[in-house]
Design a protein around this ligand. Structure first.
Ligand code: GDP
Length: 511
């Protein structure tokens, strides 16, 4: 496909901002989106009935703002991982009675990694327990200093419940968008991103598209991924039929051959034949080779740094306690040298989850875990996205690894290899012996001489040696997947139901 010329043309005009709402669960993202939408539906407006098409546009002072209807940074980063960059401004919703919470921090880091400016909406201001100053205070710890305290972050106090402050929030969005100088050329061929797609009864495959450049018309032939079609009908978020849609307009279209993938881009082609041929060609290509993203891993770093190809190393840190997150962050950032800079793009407490992997995949980052493990979905995603997860028990080891990588030296010769996992189902406390964990081996095998760690809710609570493995009354050397056994751990008697016992060895790596 020919490259779309990203150069600005003489026909550029300003376009509405596209806004995504992010924040911690229950802080009011959905309520805020609903409130903004409702406030803007003028009674008796043409069409009138709001349609869920994945995004909607509101008008304030004759200027438009487009809101993406799926709140949350997961959706935002999932889109980005497919190459879509559709958000101009991120609204960070923080409940005034709850303050900055883990997903607030995630949202901040996801927006920052994407280079999207943040506007803070301090919500639930109507509540008796509301404490906006505390929220502002907490935000400073994450680099968001509000204007009245000498910073650059705009924070608006709102209530999605009463509607208070919503108008100022919308005005601030317009203000920020002016600063951003968002433009597009409506005279070009349309191009944009698929925000949602599904089969609708009586309509066949429909897709919600966000037009980002040019103007899209009914009758245009479009191509998105391996899906093509000629636009039969186009409606906006108020159900109104449109003939054309300009930049930053979300529309739902019908007339496609298939359901496109959310996050994929779309382009307009000369005619149906061309669109179909290109779609076929892409399908062939996909069959030939499974498209696999190649993300950076620590080993690549050696060669790339030596070749002078890398300037930025992005890192996501997850740890069992906040103190470790900070310590690692500080130590790593001290490793910066003239050639290479280390950016910790996200650091938080807790198990490594899918969002961490998505962020890492999108930002080409390495994930480092301290005394935490990836959950099952994260492991799967890391595999398909080719994200390098490094798990450490000691901060020093991580720093050493990265330091060696940065100096272009060899990695340590030993690396741990997971041998198997067992789930603790019942704990027996035996006087003079200690705790015996009635366990079930869920994968791999557990061998008497392996090192083990105890993982509780994704966090490593102990690391040590196996004291004994028993099946029925006998001591055994190993137990395979699908079998039950009793495991006792040297110097550890606090085993609990639901704990995971992970067996590992230190393996010599051949280079
Ligand atoms: P989300 O998970 O961030 O999308 O949060 P929701 O929009 O679902 O809101 C979570 C809860 O907070 C719901 O029970 C809402 O009714 C309530 N809520 C949201 N905004 C406000 C607000 O401004 N004031 C009050 N009092 N409650 C709110």
């Amino acid at each position: 496909l020919e490259e779309y010329d990203e150069e600005e043309t003489e026909n550029e005009i300003s376009r509405p901002p596209v806004v995504t709402v992010m924040g911690h669960v229950d802080h009011g993202k959905t309520s805020l989106l609903d409130r903004i939408r409702k406030a803007n539906v003028i009674a008796g407006e043409a069409g009138g009935i709001t349609q869920h098409i994945g995004a909607y546009t509101v008008n304030i002072k004759k200027q438009a703002i487009t809101f993406i209807d799926t709140p949350g940074h997961e959706a935002f980063t999932a889109m980005r991982s497919r190459g879509a960059q559709i958000t101009d401004i991120a609204i960070l919703v923080v409940a005034a009675d709850d303050g900055v919470m883990p997903q607030t921090v995630e949202a901040i880091n996801h927006a920052k990694a994407a280079g999207v400016p943040i506007l803070v909406a301090i919500n639930k201001i109507d509540k008796p327990g509301a404490n906006p100053d505390r929220v502002k205070q907490e935000l400073t710890e994450y680099g968001l200093v509000v204007e009245e305290w000498g910073g650059e972050t705009i924070a608006v106090q709102v209530s999605a419940k009463t509607g208070e402050g919503i108008d100022s929030l919308l005005e601030m969005i317009l203000l920020m968008s002016e600063v951003e100088e968002l433009t597009a050329d409506p005279t070009r061929e349309a191009r944009g991103t698929v925000i949602e797609a599904q089969v609708k009864r009586g309509k066949g495959p429909v897709a919600s598209l966000l037009v980002q450049q040019g103007t899209l018309h009914v009758g245009d032939c479009i191509l998105s991924g391996t899906t093509h079609g000629k636009i039969k009908a186009m409606i906006d978020d108020k159900g109104k039929r449109l003939k054309k849609a300009g930049p930053s307009t979300p529309v739902e279209i019908s007339g496609l051959s298939d359901i496109p993938v959310a996050g994929d881009d779309f382009i307009v082609l000369e005619n149906e034949k061309e669109a179909r041929q290109l779609a076929e060609k892409r399908k062939e290509m996909q069959k030939g080779e499974r498209q696999r993203r190649s993300n950076i891993n620590l080993d690549d770093l050696f060669s790339q740094i030596q070749d002078g190809n890398i300037q930025d190393v992005n890192i996501v840190i997850k740890a069992d306690v906040q103190g470790s997150v900070e310590a690692v962050k500080q130590s790593l950032e001290k490793l910066d040298n003239e050639a290479v800079r280390i950016n910790v793009i996200h650091g938080a407490v807790g198990a490594i989850n899918e969002t961490d992997i998505l962020l890492a995949a999108t930002s080409n980052a390495i994930v480092i875990g301290f005394n935490v493990r990836p959950d099952k979905n994260a492991v799967k995603l890391a595999d398909t996205e080719d994200v390098d997860i490094r798990l450490y028990r000691v901060i020093y080891d991580a720093i050493e690894d990265i330091k060696k990588a940065m100096e272009g030296m060899l990695a340590p010769e030993f690396r741990e290899k997971i041998m198997g996992n067992a789930e603790v189902r019942e704990v027996f406390k035996i006087p003079n012996v200690g705790a015996i964990a009635g366990s079930y081996v869920t994968d791999g095998k557990i061998t008497r001489n392996d090192d083990v760690r105890i993982i509780r809710d994704g966090i490593v609570v102990f690391e040590g040696k196996i004291a004994s493995i028993r099946r029925f009354k006998d001591d055994v050397k190993e137990v395979n997947t699908g079998y039950e056994c009793g495991i006792s751990i040297e110097k550890y008697n606090d085993l609990k139901n639901g704990d995971n016992i992970e067996a590992f060895i230190m393996e010599k790596i051949e280079r």
